[in-house]
Design a protein around this ligand. Sequence first.
Ligand SMILES: C[S@@+](CC[C@H](N)C(=O)[O-])C[C@H]1O[C@@H](n2cnc3c(N)ncnc32)[C@H](O)[C@@H]1O
Length: 325
Amino acid sequence: MNTPTRKEHRNPTKTGADRAGGSKAAGPKDAESVVRAELRPGQSIELLKALHILTRDGRMNQDSRRKLKQVDHLVQFIEKQIAELTPHAGELTLADHGAGKSYLGFILYDLCLKDAGSGRVFGIETRAELVERSRALADQLGFARMDFLAISAADSAHDAALPERIDVVTALHACDTATDDAIAFGLAKQAQAMVLVPCCQAELAAGLRQNKALQLSRTPLAELWRHPLHTREMGSQLTNVLRCLYLESQGYSVTVTELVGWEHSLKNELIIARWTGQKKRSAAERLKALLAEFGLQGLLPLRYRRLAEAAPGAKDGALAADEPK
Ligand SMILES: C[S@@+](CC[C@H](N)C(=O)[O-])C[C@H]1O[C@@H](n2cnc3c(N)ncnc32)[C@H](O)[C@@H]1O
């Protein structure tokens, strides 16, 4: 029987790769072969080094391992969506909002699109320096079907550089309301699938905070968000519930699950929306009822514009003119 060393007792979560990555004794070859065992077949070591997920000598630290695990896992969910859809224009198009350093876009391209010879990824990110860096990296790697735009998620739906339709919309930890903007983009672009991992949310919590005294006098349920920490958590929870209802009301089936174990990320809720064309009127009604219950009706024209504009008496499953067929 193998007896764990004292060090292993102290840190039972360390893997063989951690030890190889962290130990000066392990040579670069050992470190790289341990790391390679954690990667997907064919995953580019050169790309991971360029993204600084791997060090120059092929090692990986705990933070980058966590990031890679998140992104690889998300890619698996996205791959499944891609496999089930027929691209609008013969070539798959995917837009990633709040792309940051574009880990997701690059890894997705590397694993799913590079060898397919078709398919285009658009990275949408407000920070121009990150966009420049991603452009340079795509050039360096010869990832010719990647485009990066220094625009906000809110502006992306109207930007001429993006095609009229996009097949898949993703947003991994896009800050605050950028996830809502990504959803609005997906609706405008008639996306067939949206894969969203929301980040922190402040907008709705601000509304809860504003109405707190009134709600406390009205309902004991307001205890759920009386303390500031609970206001924030409730704000996040309610935001994601409303996002799901909105997507359902617009013709998407929605699955909510965990991205990775909670030990890897606290922002771990994965929302997968798949276009079915069945617009759920009940979801629209529930959404409006929740806004009224929480005193947040002001959000309707701002975040759920299509419901504010919807013709009264619209039927479940009805298709609007600008929807995927
Ligand atoms: C937490 S980072 C996540 C980056 C990347 N998706 C990842 O998971 O590594 C959020 C990114 O969203 C960008 N961002 C924030 N608000 C945005 C908006 N409204 N439109 C586009 N990008 C936004 C930030 O500049 C930042 O790079």
